[in-house]
Write a protein that binds this ligand. Structure first.
Ligand code: FAD
Ligand code: FMN
Ligand code: SF4
Length: 650
């Protein structure tokens, strides 16, 4: 189906002899939805079927192991190393193809970037541990290399038997195939290492054996990290040559990614990266080959996707987290319903860093449905049995999601927000450096709430009187949190300000030297904000390290790139003893005190729940729910999930 606004995006495209109905590709993304034995599950099928139903042209299913357990990189990873797994993939392929999408699987071996959850020993071309994981690894023998080549090709054949439309070899992100190709990880001196041709032998043998098994017509994609962004790693120039060699070997499409674990933020870029920042990589590869090229990374809007295709920078556009956040993105874009799209904010909290890499199943900060597609009442909302009046207090992410779902189910909903704008803490958080994408959340609800019939009362602080007056059937308390002010000497001094106020632009910081009390996420972001104004900033944190409450990939980026570039100093492992006009007195674990001089001190010492209405409300209303930070200060994902859950109950 065509689109007048995005003609290129919704034009059919060819991969070898396979026709894909549009140019939207879902790239492989591990979910932890596989069963504990690596089998396809109903949950996994429903998750992918939802993305196919949403209009995606080609789905490349997440990474599938060729050798268990040493080949795995996440806790519950798919396997297809034995024939007994084939029927599961058959069902998966049929579920996706039913909606007119094409489906590939990604074939993978982790190499040195392995998960040691099963106690397996890591293997790699050379015995060089990954700098990020620091797990022991041993060099593969020649016999083992040939065995793996057979396994990759057999897995491809099993995929074909299961009815997959094609396969992708995972040659990117520093996993086994990439480890062979890269001089950074392959320091062998035999026929599998040394020159580029010898380093390429492993993937080329895999492709040769696969072609022998699957025939010349079966589509094969190759995913590559064309720039590894590490010293001594693959560069874009190397990758142009590699791409041409892969094309000659019979690859039908190249999937251009970048980075390895040691440069993780380049694979899974945090929020501050610009939309489409790495399209230049695909563009360069496209110029080097004749086969189609897929681009990927931080593509969030249909306009950006269309522009990339129109300018001929790539043939297909892969939308990863974009499609986790909104499986209906393609249909909404095609139908001109862009404002209805739930845009991914690139937080990595719900999906990768905070969940899949933490041995938890995939979720999503902005879309609480992720992982629950198979549960009754989640995808297909059940209309309310009895229409109730629902009062929601608090227009942060929790209250907004609760109001949306309750209204969609047919309840009469009014949301009260004391500020003049929706958003809650997100309004403050989005003012931190590189965090403007958080505004996507507010923009979405701002458009959606009136559309679904939820009334919004802005600038209205709800109290006991109002609850008494309205007498709702259901009351949802989503009043959020407020900053914590510990009882420390000098905390109410004139030179002491609150981080929330500073970020919100409500408090000006006059001094040139500033100490931030508290080195968690909020403290670090406030430090960056002030360093950006030319202040000399020092963070004081009692834990041994900064930003321990932050999602790990964003944190890695913060500690290795962002903070050092901003010239921010930090003192860790010391507690604050006193604030004064001179600055902050800190105490080390042995009780030794010292003064850190500063003109201003900014408090970022955490937050506490704000829930003053619950007790009285329970006397007045039969059904009362407390959600989000009002229950316990946490993150947006908890607020949206609790809002979505409670609104499905009432
Ligand atoms: C600087 C900063 C950065 C952050 N960064 C992130 C991040 O990157 N990722 C992340 O996941 N989380 C982040 N958080 C935390 C996140 O914003 C909160 O966890 C989340 O907003 C909680 O949502 P909520 O709906 O429960 O409450 P809130 O967002 O606090 O919303 C509560 C709302 O209720 C309103 N309200 C309170 N009392 C009343 C009343 N009586 N009547 C009417 N209205 C009332 C308030 O005005 C507010 O708008 C950050 C927080 C801060 C402060
Ligand atoms: C939860 C999650 C799991 C991922 N797993 C894989 C994977 O199995 N194989 C792979 O090649 N890339 C994987 N990726 C990377 C994505 O395919 C994609 O390249 C990356 O997310 C950048 O694109 P985006 O900004 O559109 O999300 C994963 C990403 C996420 C968020
Ligand atoms: S959890 Fe965050 S990064 Fe992941 S898809 Fe959802 S919004 Fe995007």
């Amino acid at each position: 189906m065509r689109s007048a606004k995005y003609p290129k995006l919704f034009e059919a495209g060819m991969i070898g002899n396979l026709m894909v109905k549009n140019r939207v590709v879902m790239p492989p993304m591990a979910t932890n939805f596989a069963g504990p034995f690596g089998e396809v599950t109903e949950r996994l099928i429903r998750y992918y079927a939802e993305r196919a139903k949403g209009g995606t042209g080609l789905i490349i299913v997440e990474n599938v192991q060729v050798k268990y357990p040493e080949g795995k990189n996440i806790a519950c990873q798919l396997r297809l190393d034995e024939d007994k797994y084939i029927p599961g993939y058959q069902e998966l392929a049929e579920a996706v193809q039913w909606y007119g999408a094409k489906v590939f699987i990604q074939i993978h071996h982790a190499g040195r970037q392995y998960h040691n959850i099963e106690g397996a020993e890591g293997v790699a071309p050379s015995a060089i541990p990954c700098g990020f994981l620091q797990r022991p690894v041993r060099e593969l023998t020649t016999q083992e290399i040939w065995d793996l080549i057979e396994r990759f090709s057999e897995t491809a054949l099993r995929g074909k038997k299961a009815g997959m439309d094609g396969v992708e070899f995972h040659g990117a992100h520093g996993y086994l195939i990439g480890q062979f190709v890269s001089p950074h990880t392959n320091q062998r001196i035999d026929e599998w290492g040394g020159t580029l041709d010898r380093r390429l032998r492993f993937p080329l043998e895999i492709i040769r054996r696969t072609r022998e098994k699957v025939g010349s017509d079966f589509p094969i994609c190759f995913r590559m990290s064309v720039d590894e962004f590490v010293p001594g790693g693959l560069t874009l120039e190397d990758s142009k040559t590699i791409a041409r060699k892969l094309e000659s070997a019979g690859i039908n499409v190249l999937h251009v990614s970048c980075g390895i674990y040691e440069s993780m933020p380049k694979i899974l870029e945090p929020m501050h990266y610009e939309e489409g920042w790495r399209v230049y990589l695909a563009e360069a590869i496209k110029k080097a080959v004749k086969i189609p090229v897929i681009t990927v990374g931080q593509i969030r809007t249909p306009a950006m996707a269309e522009q990339i295709l129109k300018e001929g920078k790539a043939d297909f556009v892969a939308l990863g987290r974009t499609l986790i956040a909104d499986p209906e993105w393609p249909n909404k874009a095609r139908e001109g319903r862009e404002l209805e799209i739930r845009k991914c904010i690139s937080c990595n909290i719900g999906c990768i860093g905070g969940h899949v890499f933490g041995d938890l199943y995939m979720r999503c900060t902005v879309n609480p449905m992720v992982g629950h597609e198979r549960l009754e009442g989640w995808v297909d909302l059940k209309p309310a049995e009895k229409k109730k009046t629902v009062m929601v207090i608090g227009g942060g992410p929790g209250g907004m999601e609760a109001a949306r779902i309750a209204a969609l189910r047919g309840h009469e909903v009014t949301l009260y927000e004391k500020e003049k704008e929706l958003g809650g803490q997100q309004r403050i958080a989005s003012r931190g450096p590189g965090k403007s994408k958080l505004n996507f959340i507010r923009e979405y609800y701002h458009h959606q709430l009136p559309r679904v019939g939820a009334k919004i009362e802005l600038g209205k602080e709800a109290d006991k009187k109002l609850i008494e007056k309205i007498k709702p059937d259901v009351l949802i308390l989503a009043t959020g949190a407020e900053p914590l002010l510990p009882d420390i000497t000098g905390i109410s001094g004139k030179n002491v300000l609150m981080s929330w106020e500073v970020l919100a632009g409500k408090a000006k910081v006059p001094g040139k030297t500033v100490v931030i009390a508290g080195g968690g996420l909020v403290g670090c972001e406030t430090a960056l904000h002030l360093a950006g104004q030319g202040k000399k900033v020092t963070i004081i944190e009692m834990l041994k390290e900064l930003a321990m409450d932050m999602e790990p990939i964003t944190r890695f980026d913060l500690l290795t790139e962002v903070l050092p570039k901003a010239g921010i100093q930090s003192i860790t492992g010391k507690v604050i003893a006193e604030f004064s006009e001179k600055g902050v007195t800190v105490m080390d674990p042995l009780g030794k005190k010292s003064l850190v001089e500063a003109e201003n001190v900014i408090i970022a010492l955490g937050s506490k729940s704000l829930n003053p209405l619950e007790e009285k409300a329970r006397e007045l209303v039969q059904e009362v729910y407390v959600i989000g930070d009002a229950k316990e200060p946490r993150q947006i994902i908890n607020a949206t999930f609790e809002g979505a859950s409670v609104a499905r109950l009432i």
